[in-house]
Design a protein around this ligand. Structure first.
Ligand SMILES: [Zn+2]
Ligand SMILES: [Zn+2]
Length: 258
């Protein structure tokens, strides 16, 4: 098996590991939502994968290869060691995705698509793959602009794309972490308890904890909620307005256009 095949298996391995771990050590009782919710989150993921493969001819790695061959972007103006530029780019892209997430909550046109993610009435690892295809498409366009403008190296794109899958899989999971581990991790990254507050039915809590990996941006820009008002075990998750609910995959795909 070559190196790129091993790398492409990382998201699948991480997803399956978290799927099993959250069943072995659950933070909340998910029985009320059951398999139906999980199935339809998977269906949306499959629809997204098919849409992206058929409709989008470019990949972010392909864009980064082109940027490198043409010597484009801010970082290519300087002689920077690869390890440093990868680190800088991953932090910059994480920062940019924090603002993308803020924008999806602030602008009604973007919220129409992002609310499909928030309409999940519970939160587990499958919530991390529940996004409307047009939100993913807009996000790809935003990332393409960033990669070209910054001059992101291919390795940084690979690392970041892996993080962009594995970190949300982790912080959407229903995994119960020991208190000491949650407290230590949240010094740097968003843990499941941190992101669960973002999925609260309470709008003021939804408008916090936007970070998908590094937690510092929320702390820096005063959008950090340490603990939701209600206990994690019983806090209502989803959207306040029942007309925004969408449980089946066809409802999820049509929800933004209602
Ligand atoms: Zn959100
Ligand atoms: Zn989320």
């Amino acid at each position: 098996m070559n190196q790129s095949s091993v790398i492409s298996l990382i998201p699948l391995i991480a997803f399956l590991t978290l799927f099993i771990l959250q069943a072995l050590a659950p933070r909340r009782e998910l029985a009320k939502s059951g398999w139906r919710r999980i199935q339809h989150n998977f269906f949306l993921f499959l629809a997204n994968t098919v849409c992206m493969r058929l409709l989008v001819p470019l990949s972010l790695v392909g864009v980064a290869n082109w940027v490198a061959s043409e010597n484009l972007g801010l970082l290519n103006l300087f002689e920077i060691p690869l390890s440093i530029s990868v680190l800088v780019c991953v932090v910059l892209l994480d920062f940019a995705i924090y603002w993308q997430h803020v924008a999806t909550h602030k602008f009604p046109i973007l919220w129409r698509f992002h609310k499909v993610h928030h309409a999940d009435t519970d939160m587990d690892v499958t919530t991390a793959i529940r996004f409307h295809p047009l939100e993913l498409l807009l996000s790809l366009g935003y990332k393409v602009i960033l990669v070209v403008m910054i001059g992101v190296p291919v390795l940084a794109v690979i690392v970041f794309e892996l993080l962009l899958f594995v970190s949300p899989a982790f912080n959407h999971s229903n995994l119960r972490l020991p208190t000491w581990l949650d407290a230590s991790l949240r010094l740097v990254i968003a843990t499941p308890d941190v992101h669960r507050a973002h999925h609260s039915i309470i709008v003021a809590e939804q408008n916090t904890n936007y970070g998908f990996f590094i937690i510092w941006w929320d702390k820096l820009f005063d959008t950090y909620t340490a603990n939701p008002k209600n206990a994690h075990e019983s806090m209502p998750i989803g959207l306040e307005n029942s007309t925004d609910q969408c449980d089946r995959v066809d409802q999820m795909l049509l929800a933004p256009f209602k």
